[in-house]
Design a protein around this ligand. Sequence first.
Ligand code: PGA
Length: 245
Amino acid sequence: MNLTHIKIYNDYDKMSAAAAELILDVVRTNPEAVLCFATGNTPVGTYRELVARAKESGTDFSRCFCIGLDEWLGVPGNKSGSCKYILQEQVFDPLAIKQTQVHLFDGLTTAVEAECEKMNTLIENKGGIDCMLVGIGTNGHIGFNEPGVDSRLKAHEQVLHDSTLDAGKHYFKEPTPIKKGITLGLAQVMQAKMLLLLANGVSKSAIIRKALEGEISPAVPASFIQQHTNAYVLLDKEAAAELTL
Ligand code: PGA
């Protein structure tokens, strides 16, 4: 991995602004870009900045295409807390991105394999993902690729770890039974033409060190980012605190 692509910012807002600018550059260069966005606490500031800066600069998102990274299985997309609901609220609606420009996983699918196949085919037909933004779980997951995952997998169903379920609870307003997720696989993360990994806060410092300086292993799914040829890791000072490089 190109270490110049590890960027450390004084605070969360500066990290978010930088991530937003990278995404805007992708869309300005290629208005038909295929984008893939994570949900969670980490990218909230990036999406806020993206929307504000897109409006300010008149950047046109009307021809780009958005692919889902993951979804909680058993949770409908119209429920607040679902990945679909969050992306709709934080990204698609404010940027006037139409339903025809979006393809997300259906959390209510009863045919997970077919749902995965549909996503895999779509990504291939689109010529791959141009820009993917992901966070990192405290256990090293990317999307719902939990420790131990086969790094060759494309879209697949994943039994979620306790730490993911614990973190997940906070995204929902009311108790929501979740056990599994559906996610793009590490193979697709690695194939993204540009990968942005964001992390902020002291709770991410240990896993960031393992992911960036530790052994590349399925035990830390995010460690595969070290093999990506065009990955940007954007960190605030707290998340970067344990890096030694
Ligand atoms: P967070 O989640 O952004 O809410 O910390 C990150 C993740 O689990 O991928």
